[in-house]
Design a protein around this ligand. Structure first.
Ligand SMILES: [Mg+2]
Length: 377
């Protein structure tokens, strides 16, 4: 079997998504997705740059082709390049599992669990409506809820956010009871001093984890936080490759690895990161704010690794792009379930592309401080 075509496509729904379609001379077609949101055209460009190295190659050689994609340009590809590599790697695994006529998880060791618990995004324009949304999700039988640290019309002030974030956390805990697990996402908005303050004040409310308390460029900044709080810390959604996870894992700076399959290097690299985490008894809580391909790829890994905790599921199957992906992976009451189709287990109807034109001039949310200075959104 040979790869005959690699096409990136950008489609718009609630926002833009980048997918790749890999085709073969035997008629099999694999799907992949790239995870650097708001930079879809750059990922598409990187996929096009990789194309000459892949056309004519055997798609079953996933490890070999991963190495080719990573190293053939000599210069390390960086996170954006890894998102493009991730998309192609996922598509190659989709083809391989279809060629062998098994659901993809069978090639990763088979199922170690029957279902995959997920956390949804809970939100609202004010604390009362956010608490109401949390109640609604629990009524839908989600076992987790996750919400952001507060902000005010794209203004973010760290001290106020910590103060109101702790109050919000307590209000959600009060509303949903002790058995529902709570996650608060800081979205890399705090510096170490305020992250320490937030984590220490949350300790009494037993968060499942605090997500992305710090920025990701300098993992060593986690040391101070780790030493000064007992709150479980989750990081990794911006990291690419095992090498970017290495320091956090080996120093035990995190409690959950938030691998994003569509950034970290696809299925090939996520399985290696999971193995490395296992040596430190660290579970994975994979990141996924993306579309149906990421959800499916994440599900297959979650089903096959023993050190799994919870799967982010911002857009449950069917929530976006439902005409482009008429069949998505099974989902029921806050859990993803094993697909039965060969490959990723989703279907793609290319004729529906024109119904999802890319959003033009889309830009990511832009937050500022009270004084007008730029800050992370
Ligand atoms: Mg996050």
């Amino acid at each position: 079997m040979k790869i005959t075509s690699i096409r990136p496509i950008i489609v718009g729904d609630v926002r833009n998504f980048l997918f790749v379609i890999v085709e073969t001379d035997e008629g099999l077609c694999g799907l992949g997705e790239g995870g650097i949101t708001w930079r879809e055209s750059a990922m598409a460009g990187f996929i096009e740059a990789l194309r000459p190295s892949l056309l004519g190659q055997d798609p079953m050689r996933t490890e070999h082709l991963w190495q080719v994609m990573l190293r053939c340009g000599f210069f390390p590809p960086g996170r954006l390049g890894l998102a493009a590599i991730s998309a192609i790697d996922i598509a190659l695994w989709d083809i391989k599992a279809q060629a062998l006529a098994v659901p993809l998880y069978q090639l990763l060791g088979g199922r170690v669990r029957d279902r995959v618990v997920c956390y949804p995004h809970v939100a609202g324009p004010n604390p009362a409506s956010l608490v109401e949304d949390a109640r609604r999700k629990v009524a839908e039988q989600w076992r987790f809820v996750r919400f952001d640290l507060p902000c005010w019309n794209e203004v973010f002030e760290p001290r106020r956010a910590v103060r109101e974030g702790v109050e919000l956390f307590a209000a959600v805990r009060e509303a949903v009871g002790p058995e529902i697990e709570l996650v608060i996402d800081v979205h890399t908005r705090l510096d170490p001093a305020n992250a320490i303050l937030l984590c220490r004040e949350l300790e009494a409310h037993r968060p499942y984890f605090v997500e992305d308390p710090l920025r990701s460029e300098n993992p060593a900044s986690l040391r101070r936080l780790r030493e000064q709080t007992s709150v479980p810390i989750a990081m990794g959604e911006q990291h690419a490759t095992k090498w970017e996870f290495r320091e956090m894992i080996e120093n035990d700076w995190i409690d959950f690895a938030r691998v994003d399959l569509c950034i970290a290097g696809g299925i090939t690299e996520t399985m290696k990161i999971a193995g490395w985490c296992e040596t430190h008894y660290l579970p994975l809580a994979p990141h996924n704010p993306l579309g149906p391909v990421c959800t499916a790829a994440s599900l297959h890994v979650d089903l096959a690794i023993s050190n799994f905790a919870v799967q982010e599921c911002a857009r449950p199957p069917g929530a976006v792009l439902s005409e482009l992906f008429p069949e998505q992976v099974p989902f029921e009451r806050g859990h993803l379930l094993p697909p039965t189709r060969p490959g990723l287990g989703i279907t793609f109807d290319e004729s529906a592309i024109r119904r999802y034109p890319p959003i033009q001039d889309g830009d990511c949310p832009r937050f500022r401080r009270d004084d007008g200075a730029f800050t992370n959104w």
